[in-house]
Design a protein around this ligand. Structure first.
Ligand code: UDP
Length: 252
């Protein structure tokens, strides 16, 4: 499809103007970065898998009444989304300790937390996305108290949905990050889940073996990242190969 003007290029995606006002085309690149882009590589096929997986999760969320910016997938690498004003926070939900939380608090990776813990980081690459509290968020006007109540509600609903979907295919949802956007409808505004939900922004461990099926495979050099993401897609039944014309099946 004919793309509009490039609006923004991030580490893993490019945003283009969409065909209608208020829409954006999100293009998923194969670029992988970690440690605030100190480690970089191009991983063939990652963008195609993340486009599919993010579509799968966003459609599922929409179906259970959790609003997202997702409208439809356009092709292998692009999806149409509603344009929204991104709140400059990374909203992280943790069910088991891992990554920066394990380091910060000295809790062994994989330890189950007493309840899901929600953390906020201020989105600023130059600062390395520092952890902030609701006090900072309110004082600096990044979001109102009402927004924060809504964001917490959305984050916990996404956590319940994703944990359940993953549990159903033998995967433990350790933690994940979402971004929240503001959508304006006349005089009203509402908050929606935006950006992407994919193994780039989640920690996913096989329940039986503990095998990592997420971006830690890249961060920690644990093998093929596309094999890991393809395994998640295969278990969920969203392998890209299912999208093409299906082969004739012999019927008895
Ligand atoms: N995360 C992310 N983008 C970021 C930071 C974190 O998607 O810029 C995700 C990460 O993949 C993990 C969760 O948020 O699923 C918690 O990450 P953590 O704070 O442990 O940071 P990390 O160890 O990845 O630096």
């Amino acid at each position: 499809m004919a793309r509009g003007k490039k609006i923004y290029e991030g580490k893993a995606k490019i945003l283009f103007e969409g065909p209608e006002p208020g829409t954006i085309v999100q293009y998923f690149k194969d670029d992988a970065t970690a440690f605030n882009a100190e480690k970089k590589d191009v991983i063939d096929g990652k963008g195609v898998l993340n486009n599919r997986l993010s579509e799968y999760f966003m459609v599922g969320l929409n179906q259970i009444g959790v609003p997202t910016h997702f409208l439809k997938r356009l092709n292998m690498r692009e999806q149409l989304v509603r344009s929204c004003e991104i709140i400059p926070l990374e909203v992280i939900v943790r069910n088991f300790a891992a990554g920066s939380m394990s380091k910060r608090l000295g809790i062994e990776e994989g330890t189950q937390l007493p309840r899901p813990i929600v953390e906020y980081c201020y989105k600023d690459d130059a600062l390395g996305d520092p952890l902030v509290t609701e006090e900072h968020i309110a004082a600096f006007g990044w979001a109102t108290q009402q927004d924060m109540d809504d964001i917490l509600g959305l984050a916990l609903r996404v956590n319940d949905y994703l944990s359940g979907v993953m549990y159903g295919v033998g995967i433990k949802l350790i933690d994940f990050k979402i971004e929240i956007g503001r959508v304006y409808e006349g005089d009203f505004q509402r908050l929606v889940v935006a950006d992407e939900i994919s193994p780039d922004s989640c920690r996913l461990w096989d329940i039986e073996t503990g095998q990592k099926l997420d971006k830690d495979v890249f961060r920690r050099d644990l093998g093929s990242l596309t094999d890991a993401y393809a395994e998640v897609a295969r278990r969920l039944g969203v392998m890209p190969k299912n999208s093409g014309p299906s082969k004739p099946t012999l019927v008895n």
